[in-house]
Write a protein that binds this ligand. Structure first.
Ligand code: 13P
Length: 333
């Protein structure tokens, strides 16, 4: 298959009615935080057990079309010796890989950050592809304050995401482009909308400049919400209207699907907000999910590192996936 056909085939597998993507690509420090909250030490063996549990969940593919994995997981095996990416494929779930190397300060832009990892990316992607990965994810973050994100941060981060996406497509890997406007702060929803509009506008301009084929890429944005310390939190219909309004202004219709991150929303909030968006008039793109915490939190709580809790944890994960599958269709109660 030529590169364009490979990309198109992966898009068709990832973008299916009633399904979304599971982000299980927490880096080592992040998974240690999640495990810490349930009293589990983050060893390689515990991570292997936990991620096997996820991938062995019966019928995971009913509502999950793709799973984003961390580098370490690509080489890990379930108890029966099956490589974890192979287990995903058997479930009808496309394996993907987080390829950025995390964030750090952006020079000359106090309070802003930039994501690392472009050096050698093409070569790394060849390796990941050989290990079964068919799509990738790269996350950039934007902090909202009175002085951030600066124009410099908005432009530099857009350039980074576009370069990553172009390198992925050249290798036949579908890029998920993730510009996360963080929920931290006490700003109102209007400020989040203003920042998100500027971020997305610059991003799609950069994608165009780098000749990224929008039909073969996915966007993973944050929703438009008030800051988490704002006095008045928004109801799902307000989040939905504001989010769709900004996306319609900035995201070309050629892009097949928008898969939101959950960003610290509770599982219930993330599902209700997605559902509200899918209750509006039809949009040019699919509106779906690529949740990490909002899909995994109940499963982690049920598991607590105890092999006796594996079935309960899998039930919790399947249930959350099913509820988000319903939200994809605007049928969540
Ligand atoms: P959350 O849904 O927990 O925000 O994670 C999504 C993700 O992949 C962040 O990069």
């Amino acid at each position: 298959m030529n590169i364009q056909d490979q990309l198109q085939a992966t898009i068709e597998l990832l973008v299916q009615k009633g399904k979304g993507i599971l982000a299980a690509d927490e880096s080592s420090p992040t998974i240690a935080k999640r495990f810490d909250a349930i009293g589990v030490e983050s060893t390689e063996e515990q991570r292997r057990r936990y991620r096997s549990l996820i991938l062995e969940t019966a019928n995971l593919g009913d509502y999950i079309s793709g799973i984003i994995l961390f580098e370490e997981t690509l080489e890990q095996r379930a108890d029966d010796g099956t490589l974890l990416p192979e287990l995903a494929t058997r479930q009808g779930v496309v394996p993907g890989i987080k390829v950025d190397k995390g964030k750090g300060p952006l020079a000359n832009a106090p309070g802003d950050e930039i994501t690392q990892g472009l050096d050698g990316l093409g070569q790394r992607l060849e390796g990941y592809k050989a290990q079964g990965a068919r799509f990738a994810k790269w996350r950039n973050v934007y902090h909202i304050s009175d002085s951030t994100p600066s124009r410099l941060a908005i432009e530099a981060n857009a350039e980074m995401l576009a370069r990553y996406a172009a390198i992925c497509q050249a290798q036949g890997i579908v890029p998920i482009v993730e510009p996360e406007v963080l929920m931290d702060g006490d700003h109102g929803i209007a400020r989040c909308a203003e920042v998100s509009e500027a971020v997305l506008h610059a991003l799609f301009h950069a994608l165009h400049r780098h000749h990224v084929v929008l039909e073969h890429a996915l966007l993973k944005p944050s929703m438009i919400t008030p800051g988490k310390n704002h006095a008045r939190q928004a109801k799902p219909d307000e989040v939905a209207r504001q989010t769709v309004r900004i996306l319609r202004r900035t995201v070309p219709a050629a892009l097949p699907s928008i898969n939101f991150l959950s960003g610290g929303q509770t599982p219930e909030e993330a599902t209700a907000n997605l559902n509200a968006m899918n209750c509006l008039t039809p949009q040019p793109w699919e509106l779906s999910f690529s949740y990490g915490r909002a899909l995994q939190q109940p499963a982690l709580q049920a598991w607590k590192g105890d092999p006796g809790n594996v079935a309960a944890a899998q039930d919790a994960l399947y249930r959350r996936a099913a509820l988000n599958g319903a939200a994809r269709r605007g049928e969540y109660q």
